[in-house]
Ligand binder design. Structure first.
Ligand code: ADP
Length: 373
């Protein structure tokens, strides 16, 4: 929209007609003061400003505008009948004008100028937008880079820990070769196996993240009974977490169409987190129910909980609630992988939590259509 500022309505009238005929939207102001008010409120692409006006003159308006962030880039064309001397023209340019047109105006030339400035302004706005986007992008990338560096340091540490244990166990075993103490050997081989499994899980998770990033996480979906998977998974978790007490509080018997291994991975992740982040309460409640053709699975713990402001980031890549990061081991990628798996199954996921009281992590999956439906 172009703003015409002139104290004489008859001048405005003819200019307005010319611009409207040529497809421009036009607004008008009858004084410098009115113009300033309108410019602060609306967005203009060009201002055509009469120089001689009672009260605030055109130069003063332009000077004031140059101090407003919002208006400093809007091109101004001064129109003047009287002040045709060079010093006034110079003043016009110095006060922020882009052009100084002396009356009587050649309308064709004025129109060409208006079109050019209009186009220039639109380009400037576009350029500013591109520049801002680039700045935002740089910030986002810097942030991601910092997160990645931090992640590499955590990951190296997490990988190193089981590796150091395995090294030590192997040394002990080597020294004990030839000893007759079978129980002792079995014990250390068992301990090594636990650490190798840990290492294997970490590397598998890392590979999953890299597959997600490159769009190569593939699913092998088929119809299977969810109840059976849930019970089998809980059995596995019970075997490795003997002191935990996993209780099934609601149990739907439905089929889902999904990648069974990947859904098991999500369940294992939710369950092991529920146990890991509940050092003082070993009870975990698991329930399932169907709502609107979706199977919902809830894993409730009575552990440390999550502060409300961190709840939304919990499923983000590399995110760990930092207050706990030294207390509990982890890479901060388990829930990210879960969220990607569930998303790719057209399901939903989330968490409800109260700090110090516990959390409920849930996900949902579409229930498989029966063959006759
Ligand atoms: P990791 O456990 O390896 O750090 P996850 O992606 O599984 O990574 O979890 C991300 C973060 O979410 C954890 O670091 C922890 O701060 C928080 N979190 C996950 N599960 C729970 C839970 N059951 N109770 C409290 N906090 C949790």
């Amino acid at each position: 929209m172009i703003l015409i500022v002139d104290d004489k309505p008859e001048n405005i009238f003819s200019l307005r007609q010319l611009l409207t005929i040529n497809g421009f939207e036009v607004d008008t102001a009858l004084s410098g003061e009115e113009a300033l008010k309108k410019i602060l409120k609306n967005d203009y692409t060009l201002i055509i400003l009469d120089v001689q006006m009672p009260g605030m003159d055109g130069f003063e308006v332009a000077e004031t505008l140059s101090g407003f962030n919002k208006a400093k880039d809007i091109p101004i064309i001064f129109l003047s009948a009287v002040n045709t001397e060079k010093k006034f023209i110079t003043k016009g340019y110095n006060s922020g004008g882009m052009d100084y047109v002396v009356k009587p105006v050649d309308v064709d030339i004025l129109l060409l100028k208006i079109k050019t400035f209009h186009r220039l302004y639109e380009q400037t706005v576009e350029l500013n937008k591109v520049q801002q986007n680039l700045r935002d992008e740089i910030e986002i990338r810097k942030d991601a880079e910092a997160k990645k560096d931090e992640f590499i340091s955590i990951a190296s540490h997490e990988l190193k820990t089981p590796l150091t244990s395995i090294k030590a166990y192997l040394q002990i075993l080597r020294r004990s070769v030839g000893d007759d103490n079978k129980k002792f050997l079995e014990d250390f081989i068992g301990r090594s196996q636990v650490q190798v499994n840990k290492l294997n899980d970490l590397v598998t998770d890392l590979l999953d993240v890299s597959k997600i990033e490159s769009g190569k996480l593939k699913f092998n979906k088929k119809v299977f009974n969810f109840k059976m998977l849930l019970h089998n998974t809980i059995d596995i978790i019970r075997q490795t977490n003997e002191d935990s007490n996993i209780v099934i509080t609601g149990d739907e018997d439905v089929d889902v169409f999904a990648d069974e291994m990947r859904i098991e991975q999500v369940l294992i992740n939710y369950l092991t987190n529920a146990i890991k982040y509940s050092p003082d309460n070993k009870e975990v409640h698991v329930s399932t129910y169907v709502q609107d053709h979706y199977l919902f699975v809830k894993v409730k713990d009575f552990g440390i909980g999550i502060p409300p402001e961190k709840k939304d980031q919990i499923f983000a890549k590399f995110y760990r609630a930092e207050d706990n990061s030294t207390r509990f081991q982890g890479l901060g990628i388990g829930l990210y992988i879960c969220s990607e798996i569930i998303k790719r199954h057209e399901g939903t996921y989330g968490v409800e939590s109260e700090l110090g009281k516990g959390s409920v992590f849930y996900f949902s999956l579409p229930v498989a259509q029966k063959a006759h439906e």
